[in-house]
Design a protein around this ligand. Structure first.
Ligand SMILES: [Zn+2]
Ligand SMILES: [Zn+2]
Length: 345
């Protein structure tokens, strides 16, 4: 295949600023590189943090942003053994070093030298990208790009769901019904939850929570969510509570049952909360954080290929890459859930 010399890409320019630019198509530099033609990329909440002023996540100026994509291999480095041109893939954008203590002890998401596509390595709001073979997971030729595009955020949630060890029939409450909250709802649903309850102040998002299988969607501004959850669980509270927002641990402790688990997934480095530690001790609550999904991408691809959950229902915007600003504005105003960009439209 004859490749063009130049391509369109969205770069992080400086704090609070990005730009649609024409840049050279990347070239294979390392033997294990794959050159990928991007079929679709999607805008993640963390892209909003990168582009905020002050930024919630610091990207390197000049870097192509975006870390969620579906693509097709167009060229392979000399040492690549598992991929051929024409293979389709999704990518784990987090590149661990494999050498530090965290990597050597099986915690590559805690790598001391972590690099991330779309943050400090070129990402995927572009027509082509170069990625290492070990970051790629092959997908079936028949898996639609509108389903495959969910692989990256979903793998992070898969990892947290794995840690929560839900038993069939247990009740789950998920705080927040943005994309991450909706992934939690859907995964716990197919994982055998008896009841899944969403807690979300936005009516727009509560509708999607119902669409993705929530049994109840509570408005914490108008209802006493803790009392409602107790009423729905025979006075006990939820077995598992997820904070998909990043500043709701106090609420989570009010929703969880004695002996229950609280999954802290959302991130907000600026948030400070007041909790009563004795509530945790006296009720033997287990709280744990979960950060990205180091080992769940293959399982996530299998889930997407199974068709058990139709995530494409969450796509609210289908735009060309050059319409990035429109998608970003919709995300910022809370009138979008999943914005999918087509770099070749
Ligand atoms: Zn993401
Ligand atoms: Zn490492």
């Amino acid at each position: 295949m004859k490749l063009p010399k130049e391509m369109q890409a969205v770069i992080f320019e400086k704090i609070g600023a990005h730009k649609l630019v024409t840049v050279p198509v990347p070239e294979i530099r390392n033997p294990d590189d794959l050159l990928v033609k991007i079929e679709a990329a999607s805008i993640c909440g963390s892209d909003l943090h990168i582009l905020a002023d002050p930024p919630g996540c610091i990207a390197v100026p000049g870097t192509v942003i975006g870390h969620e994509m579906v693509g097709e291999v167009v060229e392979t480095g000399s040492g690549v053994t598992g991929f051929c041109p024409g293979d389709r893939l999704v990518c784990d954008p987090n590149i661990s070093c494999g050498r530090c203590e965290a990597c050597r002890t099986g915690h590559k998401n805690m790598c001391e030298n972590l690099h991330i596509h779309g943050v400090d390595r070129h990402g995927f709001f572009a027509q082509y990208a170069c990625i290492p073979e070990r970051s790629a997971v092959k997908i079936s030729p028949s898996l639609s790009k509108e389903q495959a595009i969910f692989a990256e955020p979903l793998t992070c949630v898969m990892s947290a769901v794995d840690k929560a060890r839900l038993l069939p029939g247990e009740t789950v409450a998920v705080i927040g019904a943005g994309p991450i909250g909706l992934y939690f709802l859907s995964l716990f649903r197919v994982n055998g939850a008896g009841r899944v309850i969403s807690v979300e102040p936005s009516e727009y998002r509560r509708k999607y929570a119902e669409k993705m299988g929530a049994d109840a969607a509570l408005d914490p501004k108008k209802q006493d969510a803790a009392a409602e959850i107790r009423a729905l669980t025979g006075g006990r509270g939820a077995d598992v509570v997820v904070d998909a927002v990043g500043m709701c641990v106090a609420d989570a402790l009010r929703y969880v049952c004695r002996g229950g688990r609280v999954v802290l997934f959302g991130q907000n480095a600026a948030a400070r909360e007041t909790i009563c530690q004795n509530d945790i001790t006296r009720n033997e609550i287990t709280l744990f954080g979960s950060y990205i999904g180091p080992y769940t991408m293959s399982a996530t691809v299998k889930l997407l290929e199974s068709g058990l959950i139709d995530f494409s229902k969450m796509i609210t915007h289908r735009l060309a890459l050059r319409e990035f600003d429109e998608g970003l504005a919709a995300m910022r105003s809370g009138t979008a859930l999943e914005v999918v960009l087509d770099p070749f439209a």
